[in-house]
Design a protein around this ligand. Sequence first.
Ligand code: GLY
Length: 331
Amino acid sequence: MDRRQFLSIAFLSSITSSTLVGAAPFGLHIQKKKNSMERKSNNVTPIAICTWAFSNASKQAGEALERNAAALDAVIIGVAVEEANLKNTTVGKGGTPDREGNVTLDACVMAPNGDCGAVACVENITHVAALARKVMENTPHFMLAGKGAEEFAYANGFKKENLLTETATQQWKEWLKTSEYKPIINIENHDTIGMLAIDAQGDIAGACSTSGLSYKMKGRVGDSPIIGSGLFLDNDVGGAVGTGMGEEILKTVGSFLIVELMRQGYSPQKACEEAVHRVVTKNPDHTNFQVAYIAMNKAGEIGSYCIHSGFAMMKYQDGKNETITSPSFLK
Ligand code: GLY
């Protein structure tokens, strides 16, 4: 982690602490739950998983869990690593802009007690998953969008930042020369970060954060801030997150589908496969876009599946941070 990412995460801890109580040894704070809930141990050591080979994200989240962070704190810490990573052109600061040169971000979070929050089409704020958590905790609403979300961020201590880097500006200007209208999803290396964690108490939380499709239409919002599509979990069952072509994930409500299949007894792997098959069956154009899911059940079993090969997930557990290549529908 470089100094800028470290400072960014330190800032995150500071804005989070205003609604938290009880200092933990690593500078985070243990969350005071809004709705108290029985915590059930499921005899699983803490796990953090995330989409793509975002190894530093899973490591930071996993290490936070080992220091007894709550699952929700851990996923916010994990996705913040990629939100601050200028080399990541699909999440946070450094993300690819829309076709008019605006970087607009989408994110959501979901807590073990079923509470959730989201922000959509937000400009000038790097840590949008943390902002989504603020929406969940400090407003009576589920989602804030656009200028309203941005103003809410400033009112809650987030700083204004220019998210459009010099590199992204140059690439956008290059894209303008042809202005290829059709959205091209990156099918090979990275996209949205979706993360799930089980903490030492056995509770599951999740977060999802993205800059969305490269050169999307102004105002376009994808699956990532939509609970049930980009992210869904049930603390009694497990969770799922999606990455890839948001429109396809939205049309099949993929993450909700996976959790409901796990509720019926599917393994996380089989549930991810079924959700990808649903997309493939419904859309003959599926060779032209990527959709990928990862899932984890309450027992800590994981799975992943995607349309195109090239997708991988990260898993951190018991001090081991592994990259797991996903099986795919198209070989
Ligand atoms: N999955 C990210 C998006 O479509 O916006």
